[in-house]
Design a protein around this ligand. Sequence first.
Ligand code: NAD
Length: 476
Amino acid sequence: MAQQILNFIDGMFREPRDGIWIDDVNPATEEVIAGIPDSDSADIDDAVLAAKRAFPAWAATPAAERSRLLLRLADAIEKNLDELARLESIDSGKTLSLARRLDIPRAVANFRFFATAILHDASEAHVTDNAALNYTLRQPLGVVGLISPWNLPLYLLSWKIAPAIAAGNTCVAKPSELTPLTANRLAELSLEAGIPPGVINIVHGLGAKAGRALTRHDDVAAISFTGGTVTGAGVAANAAPRFKKLSLELGGKNPNIIFADADLDDAIATSVRSSFWNQGEICLCGSRIFVERSIHDTFVERFGAAARTLRVGDPLDDLTDLGALISAEHLQKVTRYIELAKEEGGAVVAGGRQVDRKGFFVEPTIITGLGTGCRVLQEEIFGPVVTVTPFDDEAEAIRFANSTRYGLSATIWTRDLQRAHRVAAVIDSGTVWINCWLLRDLRVPFGGMKESGVGREGGFESLRFFTEAKNVCVRL
Ligand code: NAD
């Protein structure tokens, strides 16, 4: 009997008002593992009301006490790391080993980071000659709406909940309908940790129904959204006319630029991860690889050989490198792009096929021979599919890198320090990694340029997003 997930509203677990449920499927087995509420605007209304009621007391709770409760929640997540990693794996198809190493430890870190950040926050004062003293109050917004995707479920949900409630807001979170399990467990752990009822509310359901209702709710002061670019445009269309604060973390088509003077061993080993970790379902994966022509063939040969050694299979097996894609629809989308690559004239030099077993598995796939204008190099595939394209000089590498409407992250491989800084400065992306990938410091600004997003998260940027600055001017 599949588990029944309930909404978490006002510290209680509740059935959806319409009594309708959605199947939650394990992508590696295609089995239904849970039923989740198909919530609608009535459930969102209940959750927003609970959050609104809880807000004054939570906002007035001293920072040291909010910090203590968030640290308890971090401890509770850490104590249940193995169970949460397993839930994440069966829900999303990602490997258990990655969930253990990356997803759940990062959720712990997110709560610890913002729990302690609020103890070190400071504000500004501006002295106007001998006439006035201005000081800035940063006050919580009220009820905030948090919408997160399926690829890093607890990692990204906690990246929003932690700063939102640390800053004194209460929240209504809408996790992806494809991966509700760890959000549900987080709700239970928040009770254990002593987070007061109504501070965290979690409403499950479809984006177009529950998510949309959240973005349109008059009592929600801000929306923090992570997901696809097309969805983000719809979220903005609903939230902007209601003058909500908006943070949009959207899609990417990230360049991975490898110059001939790079440490090739390191570049290849890291490119295997940046291409295929989490089945390529990380917004920061480097899906467009550009290699200086003199080393292009060597790179393709060695990178292809490394990709062919990767094991695709049971996500719960520690020896597996790539698990399942999130859904049948996503599998279809990814394999369609592989077919499109061939139609556009590309050569598949590794992988290229769906794996013949139950579940939604695709081989790690490398495509060469496509120009930068091809759809396969322009559109986000969000799977284990990368292209490799040669370039002739630095100017061409930069032009290729900047040739999409996205601008989330980029990686540059070179031993020439001046070139590294020069190229980093002109690449259109919110994050540039030099000779590394996914090396994250939670204090740094994180976000996208162009159609990869609006606004920045991370460190004090997140705390600023979740607060309203108010200037107080005192005549001297
Ligand atoms: P998605 O846009 O389909 O869904 C994201 C969330 O939005 C889900 O919770 C969904 O239910 C909800 N949603 C859908 N329609 C909605 C609507 N009309 N109103 C309100 N909410 C709605 O994205 P996804 O498929 O879950 O995730 C993959 C995408 O997320 C990729 O494009 C990836 O690049 C992006 N992503 C970006 C970042 C980043 O930090 N920039 C991080 C992870 C994922």
